[in-house]
Design a protein around this ligand. Structure first.
Ligand SMILES: [Mg+2]
Length: 261
């Protein structure tokens, strides 16, 4: 761990399975972040979890004494808003299948949302984001939207995420169900997409060669980092155990049991 603290200036840090599990801090994460601050390193948290808004993540981390400003959390929803801002997505007739919190955050961010399910034929883009209240009705209308030509944006394509009980279905599993009804292109707003790593780098302001990604997921974090020209460290407190790495083509530059310095 000391080696990466010496070598890199910018840190892109995953949350679930690295900093916390079930939103409870993992041992050593608080000390790790304090150390980054002490050493004057730049860091952002990059998560595929869209169950909370970036403001809420920042509050949650701060309440656990993990220092985090509002703009230090990047999730697929920031990415979506940023893509609208830079003109890559039209801010028109967007239907949102997400938690209410997230929907409200998008409304607050001036995203033009179609509120009624019955307007599914008007939808030009839809966002699908797994959440505990996701219903059959959501699944049905999301499928109807894409059948009628709406572009399909997913907050992630992760099939599962780690909890203390085990791995549970994530957005990717819901997207798979939509695709079983109607096959269409999926635009991933989360890791490992290029757009979200670019946003993280832009926020950090560091060069690729001086930046490292820390994560527990071989696909979203490790493969994502590599595809975007970044070094990576696999942290074994979440989804991945050492046995799995052997069969994976994209190898992390470093492997650590946890964030212990
Ligand atoms: Mg993770």
């Amino acid at each position: 761990m000391k080696k990466i603290l010496e070598k890199y200036k910018g840190f892109i840090i995953d949350l679930d399975g690295v900093v916390y599990l079930d939103k409870k801090p993992l041992p050593y994460s608080k000390r790790f972040i304090s150390k980054l601050l002490k050493l004057n390193k730049d860091y952002v948290f990059l998560t595929n979890d869209s169950s909370l808004s970036p403001d809420e993540y920042s509050r949650l981390l701060s309440s656990e004494n993990i220092k985090c400003k509002k703009d230090q959390v990047i999730n697929p929803i920031n990415n979506f808003i940023n893509l609208i801002k830079i003109g890559k997505i039209e801010n028109k007739n967007i239907m949102v299948f997400s938690s209410t919190k997230l929907k409200n955050y998008l409304i607050k961010s001036n995203i033009n949302i179609l509120e009624k399910y019955e307007d599914y034929k008007k939808a030009e883009s839809i966002i699908v984001s797994g959440n505990i209240n996701f219903s059959y009705k959501d699944l049905m209308y999301a499928s109807l939207c894409v059948q009628n030509g709406a572009k399909l944006f997913a907050t992630s394509t992760d099939n599962s995420y780690p909890t203390k009980m085990g791995n549970v279905p994530a957005t990717g599993s819901i997207i798979a169900a939509i695709l079983k009804t109607y096959n269409t292109k999926v635009i991933n707003l989360g890791k490992p997409s290029k757009s979200i790593f670019s946003l993280a780098l832009k926020k950090l302001g560091t060069n690729k060669s001086e930046t490292i990604t820390l994560g527990d997921n071989l696909v979203t974090d490790i493969q994502g980092a590599k595809r975007n020209g970044l070094d990576s460290a696999l942290i074994l407190t979440g989804k991945t155990n050492k046995r799995v790495i052997k069969n994976f083509i994209f190898k992390p530059n470093y492997i650590y049991k946890n964030l212990k310095i």
